[in-house]
Design a protein around this ligand. Structure first.
Ligand code: PBG
Length: 343
């Protein structure tokens, strides 16, 4: 066999000469030293758990595209909220799957104080007062076309949508929501919601702005969960951010903060870690990521096939958010990871 021996450079330097004796592996040599120098940690206090709610009793409906996630009737949603509180999860975010007959052009059922979201808030607040409740004021689960706003002649009309979303936010606050998180991306919604909350005596209800929500392919499984997948025609590019843009994301966040947002959110999560870091550095505000349905399902699907270690990938993806600058993460993994962190 022909063996090729590359020539050593004349006067070849040793590794200590090359590195100046600085060896970064020294602190990685053992578990104890790795733990000692670990910069970021994931804790249960970082978790917000998004759950899906439906009308009825004793319903625990699997969502095919989201293994391990269920649509829950309120009796079971309350039980899950109790479990979450016991695990130490600080807050829950609720999303409804509303029966089709209640959906219309303007999403008017969002204004019903007795809709499933407002009843969920009251039921959970009553049974588990120590857990925070975050509600979305976007119209998409309530419209017959699956868009987040009011659709007229093929256009999502901004100002009329803001009025509807604002009224919905006040009703959600009256039901007991602690944080309003509007995900619709209409211009002016944060300021309008702040004014309306204050005018109705809800000064203490906070606003978590979905400040930078990108038009994304990663929302697919969520649309199955809330039943908008079959309704939605076209895309959401006239209101969500172009995923090519980063400066525009900063301008969106700046605007929402000027209008009174208490917290910022970036959505989706993992493909947008650069945006998280920019917002944290620029504004130093409480910053959150939404690890969306598609991100969750990709990890679950690969793990189910034995292609990756699901638990490790879950923990690695969540820690990445902390490293990028997040104060917390909305994640469907919340109860799973909380149980793991406890054990
Ligand atoms: C819409 C909304 C979306 C999600 C939550 N609310 C996106 C969409 O359907 O366009 C996505 C959540 C997820 O994918 O986990 N206001």
């Amino acid at each position: 066999m022909n063996k090729f021996t590359p020539a050593k450079p004349a006067g070849a330097r040793s590794v200590d000469e090359i590195t100046g004796s600085r060896r970064l592996r020294r602190m990685r040599k053992a578990d104890w030293s790795r733990r000692l120098v670990q910069e970021n940690r994931l804790s249960v206090d970082d978790l917000i758990w998004p759950i899906f709610v439906v009308d009825g009793k004793n319903i625990r409906e699997p969502i095919a595209a989201m293994p391990g996630v269920f649509r829950l009737s309120l009796d079971l949603a309350v039980k899950e909220a109790e479990r979450a509180a016991k695990l130490g999860i600080p807050a829950i975010a609720t999303f409804p799957n509303v029966e089709l007959g209640l959906r219309d052009q303007t999403g008017s059922h969002i204004l019903d104080p007795e809709n499933v979201i407002n009843r969920a808030t009251r039921a959970i607040k009553h049974a588990v007062p120590e857990i925070g409740i975050i509600t979305d004021a976007a119209l998409d689960p309530f419209t017959s076309h699956g868009h987040d706003g009011i659709l007229r002649d093929g256009i999502i009309v901004n100002d009329e949508t803001v009025e509807q979303v604002t009224a919905a936010a006040v009703i959600q606050a009256a039901a007991g929501a602690d944080i309003i998180a509007p995900s619709d991306m209409m211009d002016g919604r944060i300021g309008a919601i702040r004014d309306a909350l204050d005018a109705n005596g809800f000064q203490d209800v906070a606003i978590m702005s979905y400040a930078t929500k990108f038009a994304s392919a990663f929302y697919g499984p969520y649309r199955e969960a809330v039943g908008t997948a079959g309704l939605l025609k076209g895309d959401k590019k006239t209101y969500y951010l172009d995923h090519a843009n980063s400066d525009e994301a900063v301008r969106e966040a700046e605007q929402d903060l000027a209008e009174g947002a208490d917290m910022l959110m970036v959505k989706p999560g993992l493909p947008y870690l650069d945006i998280i870091r920019r917002l944290k550095d620029e504004f130093r505000m409480p910053t959150f990521a939404y690890q969306v349905s598609g991100e969750y399902s990709m990890i679950k699907a690969a793990a189910a096939n034995g292609w990756i270690d699901g638990d490790k990938a879950m923990l690695e993806s969540l820690l990445a958010f902390k490293r990028a600058g997040c104060d917390g993460i909305l994640t469907y993994f919340a109860p799973e990871v909380a149980a793991m962190l406890k054990g």
